[in-house]
Design a protein around this ligand. Structure first.
Ligand SMILES: [Zn+2]
Length: 394
């Protein structure tokens, strides 16, 4: 973070210089224009009177030309000064960040000529853009990369974004409609989204003052299905009604009006809607990026060690890292099983199989190890019938 702050300080300096330069530039040019305008008027009036150009006027004119030249020169040299500040930002970036991070991946990673692999990357970027609500950018990228994204894939993102945009403008309508239509499944997820939305609507009525009291009271019936789970919160809201005349902002219930409730509802909605629709809250691209940031320092260290000891070739697999890197609890999702024989992660088409001796290998490995209808476990090595292996589900 310290490095980022360093670069940011240099950047602030440039921005400040640029701003003052802009103001100064405008002011000097304005003054100059005014001066030239005056001179022009004087010349015009002299021409009207038919008098020849007086010595004074010609002196003023030559002074004016000099002034224009000087001002332009001064502005140009000031502009050059900004260049040096800009280059200082570049130097600060070089000084504070490791420019050699490209070294931790083999070049082959990026020059994949396989169309399928390129499309996976493009798809990840497109998905991220949809998830961030940058719909037009995503569409543009699809067109440019001739990527076909079907409507079924886009639809959930479009809907989420529409509702989130409304929430950002403090419009609860679309979110409430969505939550009510998915009530049962939200309850199964233990979600309090619908209750929180009703609560915000209620608080908004309270904030409008005593004239909305009746409306607020009648709205309170929406809390009924949540009475058991959110009893305490409902009591607080009912209690706040007492202070309606006095003004909620001056009451012990002023925390109800806190703006953080709106940020919270956006978060709750994104989290619950994503889990209901089977989407991840963070896009696969941002998760990969964040894990890359965690892994990068370790990888740069390993690379340095490999180079120092001159044991190149240790890290030649483009799909595999030389060691396991701990990413922290945040990036623990689910257990995966890598086949110890083929060194591949198991999948639905190549599931893990438990042999009768208890050792587990992937089905592909099992098929490869069958010899004359018999299987010899590569570990113990018990001989067995390949059909006795059982599929394991993690
Ligand atoms: Zn075995």
């Amino acid at each position: 973070m310290e490095q980022c702050a360093c670069v940011e300080r240099e950047l602030d300096k440039v921005l400040h210089k640029f701003l003052t330069y802009g103001q100064h530039c405008e002011q000097s040019l304005e003054e100059l224009l005014h001066y030239v305008g005056q001179l022009r008027a004087e010349l015009a009036s002299a021409a009207l009177q038919g008098t020849p150009l007086s010595a004074t006027l010609s002196l003023v004119m030559s002074q004016c030309c000099r002034k224009i030249k000087d001002t332009v020169q001064k502005l140009a040299s000031d502009h050059k000064d900004i260049h040096s500040s800009v280059s200082r930002v570049g130097k600060a970036i070089d000084r504070n960040f490791d420019s050699e991070i490209c070294g931790v991946v083999s070049d082959a990673v990026w020059d994949s000529r396989e169309k399928q692999q390129q499309q996976i990357l493009q798809m990840a970027i497109v998905e991220h853009l949809y998830q961030q609500g940058m719909l037009s950018v995503a569409e543009e990228l699809c067109q440019e990369s001739t990527l076909n994204v079907d409507l079924d894939f886009k639809q959930p993102f479009l809907e989420l974004n529409r509702i989130l945009e409304a929430l950002h403008e403090q419009d609860l309508g679309p979110a409430l409609e969505w939550a009510i239509s998915h009530r049962q499944r939200l309850l199964e997820l233990n979600s309090s989204l619908e209750f929180k939305l009703h609560r915000l609507h209620f608080i908004r009525l309270l904030a409008s003052g005593p004239e909305k009291q009746l409306e607020a009271l009648s709205y309170a019936r929406h809390f009924q299905p949540f009475a058991r789970l959110h009893q305490r919160e409902i009591q607080v809201m009912m209690g706040s009604l007492v202070y309606l005349r006095l003004g909620l902002e001056k009451s012990p219930y002023c925390h109800l009006l806190d703006n953080s409730h709106w940020a919270e509802i956006c978060e709750t909605f994104t989290r619950d809607a994503c889990s209901l629709l089977g989407l991840s809250v963070e896009s696969p691209l941002s998760v990969s990026f964040a894990s890359g940031c965690v892994a990068l320092p370790v990888l740069t260290n390993i690379k340095a060690v490999i180079e120092q000891r001159q044991c190149t070739g240790v890290w030649s697999h483009k799909d595999e890292l030389p060691i396991e890197i701990e990413l922290g609890m945040k990036y623990w999702y689910h257990s995966v099983f890598a086949c110890p024989i083929l060194r591949q992660q198991t999948s639905d088409s190549n599931p893990p199989i438990k042999l009768i001796c208890g050792h587990v290998i992937s089905r592909d490995a099992l098929n490869k190890l069958i010899n004359g209808g018999k299987l010899k476990c590569p570990y113990c090595p018990m001989e067995q019938n390949p059909a006795d292996g059982k599929r394991i589900i993690f």
